[in-house]
Design a protein around this ligand. Sequence first.
Ligand code: FES
Length: 108
Amino acid sequence: MHRLCSIDDIPEGDAIGVATPDGEVMLIRQGREIFAYRNSCPHLGIELNFMPDEFLDTEKRYIHCINHGALFQIEDGLCVFGPCNGQSLTPVALKTIGDTLWLENAQA
Ligand code: FES
């Protein structure tokens, strides 16, 4: 397994990006619940952000593509507005041990 970070490294209600052997993963925290997706838009396969850790819209209700203004639901990664409407971000399986988040199925 690959260690991602501590839960407390993710600000409550916000997101961070973490490098992995397979590319960057975005981690969004809502209380003790963590949502994780590949930082890759389903329609172009490019990163959603320009600035590090800036994945959410200004109200922090949706994951946001800075390139096109697309909005994705935090809880399931479904695009509800924008050019990839109806497509979804790729979820990433996490394992939580204590306060540490691990990437499942990673070699490193
Ligand atoms: S790259 Fe697909 S919505 Fe921006």
